[in-house]
Design a protein around this ligand. Sequence first.
Ligand code: SF4
Length: 388
Amino acid sequence: MAENSKIYLNKAQLKAEVDRCLNCKTQPCMQACPTHCNPREFIEYTKNGEGAKAAASIIRDNILGQTCGLVCPDKFCMKACLRAKLDFAINIPKVQATILENYRQNEREYQDVKENGLKIAVIGAGPAGLAAAAKLAEGGCRVDIFESQNCIGGALNLIPSTRLPKDVVQKDWAYVFNRKLVTLNLNTEIKDVKSLSGKYDWVVVAKGEPNVSALGIEGEEYALSYMEYLRHPEKYVTDGKVAVVGGGNVAVDCAFTAKMQGAKEVEMFVRRRTSNMRISRAEYMELVDNNIDVTSMTSPEKIEKSGDLLDLYVHKNEFINDKLTPMPDTTFKLSGFSLIIKAIGSRADSFNEEENIMYIGDCKHGASTVVEAVASGKQAAEQILSTI
Ligand code: SF4
């Protein structure tokens, strides 16, 4: 409950927030949303006490509406919100998540969906795959989802539960999961996507980026990948000093998780400037509030094992003619880390587009936000449905 009061608005806060909406005719908030959610509409319903209609409006445009409401950065709808010209932007994502948490009705009924004869395989049950599957089923396709893990969500499962409680993805999916037309096959890895192309009208591949980028330094084997750490943080000792190499969202998630797991000191090493970090202002402020150090313009050089702990050698960087360059003679050694986590990104498997095989989400476009992955899945489904 304490956690809930942090991530959702209470009744009074929700009312105060929706009452600030200017009902803008041009709807810049909707234009800025990758899935074209309609904040003006769902805010208006909420103002009128029609919570269920507000919830249905959100889900119509974004099947992972509650998930996105909790993890969306402030660079889409909030950046576009015209209320900011008067005082500050409406916290649209939080309003969205709160509406779905409070007013969503039980699972939808799908008796009326008329089958269109298409059979689709979706590989990967992350946000892009789920969005594609839900939209395709809504359009009358039979959809088989193949997921290598034992649960849906993909990269969403790496987000700490303080930001995204573990049941939220399930709630979103339960609401749009058309059991008549969608079959979910968990623990089923499809290595050769071509093996499915003869059995389905379309194969939609949404495998994300499963390969963690390497640091390329001596002693790399002592660094833990962010994927492994965020999947099983409880497996690792984090009671002393923890280093996180990287400056994006997953690096921040690793830093917060290490703090939650009991690390006394957490230090992030970022090779560029702090202002270059791909995180929101709110996330940066949270780092400060949690006493997490950010050491910028610094790159790792070597990791050494010293008893049970690890030493990290780093050097400073500088920009020379806008090019990031190692600064000579600046190497220094930092000792006593219980854990060094590499979180500098990931890569997709290489692929070739084929006639009825479509690649979507992060495996096609590179690492993106959850809402962009959902938009990618939705667009792919619309493209397939337009061929009927
Ligand atoms: S831009 Fe902001 S104020 Fe205008 S309709 Fe959208 S949410 Fe309301």
